[in-house]
Ligand binder design. Structure first.
Ligand SMILES: Cc1cc2nc3c(=O)[nH]c(=O)nc-3n(C[C@H](O)[C@H](O)[C@H](O)COP(=O)(O)O)c2cc1C
Length: 180
């Protein structure tokens, strides 16, 4: 199963890098799979630790994707890293195995510590629409305009029916990016 999360890696100067990433959860394995080239890949190669954040704040997904840097973060307890202030829960992980691949290598990770800050309050369809639209935006150069238009039209149904203020703000940012 793939869970959409916010991954925070750090470089050797402990500078955080915050990105949305789909984490693969297999029976006992947790796999981070960044494309090459990417900052997340470089950070994990030199410093094999990461924090996987599970948040229902879809603006973090959108803002991180669109390049925002100054998120509210706190230092983690067990590894030298950071977690998002408003994340529901997070896992401090260590990459213990590297599986080489020219396009999309894999870092198999083990959990060092798991922390829960806030309860999960259920699924919201508009949040899922924002995540799907964010994925479209992250692949904007390889997907046809026609496909993007068609999928946005469908995803907007859940936005119109079920979004709160936060989801509407996130959606607007993505639509602006697509139109630009
Ligand atoms: C929901 C979502 C999931 C994503 N999952 C991945 C992923 O698993 N691997 C990846 O390399 N990029 C993924 N991306 C794209 C990255 O967030 C984005 O391209 C990022 O800039 C990675 O490059 P960087 O580490 O150099 O910043 C995802 C984007 C979104 C919106």
């Amino acid at each position: 199963m793939i869970r959409e999360s916010i991954v925070i890696t750090t470089d050797l100067k402990n500078k955080p890098h915050i990105v949305p990433m789909g984490i693969i959860f297999e029976k006992k394995k947790i796999i981070i799979s960044p494309f090459v080239p990417s900052k997340t890949f470089l950070n994990l190669k030199i410093n094999p630790y990461a924090v996987i954040n599970f948040t229902d704040d879809v603006n973090v997904f959108v803002d991180a994707l669109l390049g925002k840097k100054n998120f509210k973060i706190y230092p983690t307890k067990r590894i030298k890293g950071y977690y998002l202030k408003n994340t529901l829960s997070y896992q401090e992980v260590k990459a213990t195995r590297f599986i080489k691949n020219k396009i999309r290598p894999k870092f198999e990770c083990k959990i060092i510590k798991e922390t829960s800050n806030f309860p999960f309050k259920g699924f919201n369809r508009a949040q899922l629409s924002v995540i799907e639209a964010a994925i479209l935006v992250s692949r904007i150069n390889i997907i046809s305009k026609k496909k993007i238009k068609k999928e946005i039209k469908y995803l907007k149904i859940a936005i119109d029916k079920t979004a709160g203020k936060n989801e509407k703000i996130a959606w607007k940012k993505l639509i602006k990016k697509i139109n630009d």
